[in-house]
Design a protein around this ligand. Structure first.
Ligand code: GLN
Length: 195
């Protein structure tokens, strides 16, 4: 059984925790560097990236999270994607810079601040995934090591993977579909023994 951390500084960490519990994972809320000890993988939830990055710096989490991500799977959803990116527009604080992606915050504009759509996601079998977007970011540039998993026509990239690092613009924790959480847990299962 995996022990999954959920960064619990701000945002919808409890929704992620609820899905993980349904999948029989052991869940630990992460607020301080010591909370990372012994985790198999980590989820950075949606919320407000300005607040999350500010609190990460305040609690001394930047370097410990970077060290963790060097060897362990990390998945950022929505604001979490912004936190993982090398570059993010309109963000005056340091991100973790884990993934070679440039992200545009609030990329869908005011009139479609929130919407839902069915997405075909590579590496996630079983048909389209019903995706909930809430003031979502988009990936506008991705480096050569980044695999694009899903795009929205006319807009851009909304899911991508770089090795054991995953980023999604939308909120899989707000639906009943557990496929993306299971997909992410499979990264940790594939790396077990590497601890
Ligand atoms: N717009 C938010 C940000 O820039 C992200 C929104 C979300 O996580 N649902 O941080």
């Amino acid at each position: 059984m995996s022990t999954v951390g959920v960064l619990a500084l701000q945002g919808d960490f409890s929704e992620h925790a609820a899905i993980l519990t349904r999948l029989d994972a052991a869940v630990r809320e992460v607020r301080l560097p010591a909370d990372l000890e012994g985790l198999d993988c980590l989820i950075i939830p949606g919320g407000e990236s300005t607040t999350i990055t500010r609190l990460m710096a305040m609690y001394g989490l930047l370097e410990p999270l970077r060290a963790f991500a060097a060897h362990r799977p990390v998945w950022g959803t929505c604001a979490g994607m912004i936190v993982m990116a090398k570059h993010a527009t309109d963000l005056d604080r340091e991100t973790l810079g884990l993934m070679d992606i440039s992200v545009v915050r609030n990329a869908f504009g005011r009139q479609v601040d929130s919407f839902e759509t069915d997405l075909q996601i590579e590496e996630v079998p079983g048909g389209p995934f019903h995706a909930v977007f809430i003031r979502a970011p988009l990936i506008k540039d991705a480096g050569p090591n980044v695999k694009i998993l899903a795009q929205i026509e006319g807009h851009g990239i909304v899911a991508a993977r770089q090795g054991h690092l995953l980023a999604t613009s939308f909120h899989p924790e707000l639906t009943d579909d557990t496929r993306l959480h299971r997909y992410f847990l499979s990264f940790a299962a594939g790396m077990s023994g590497a601890k």
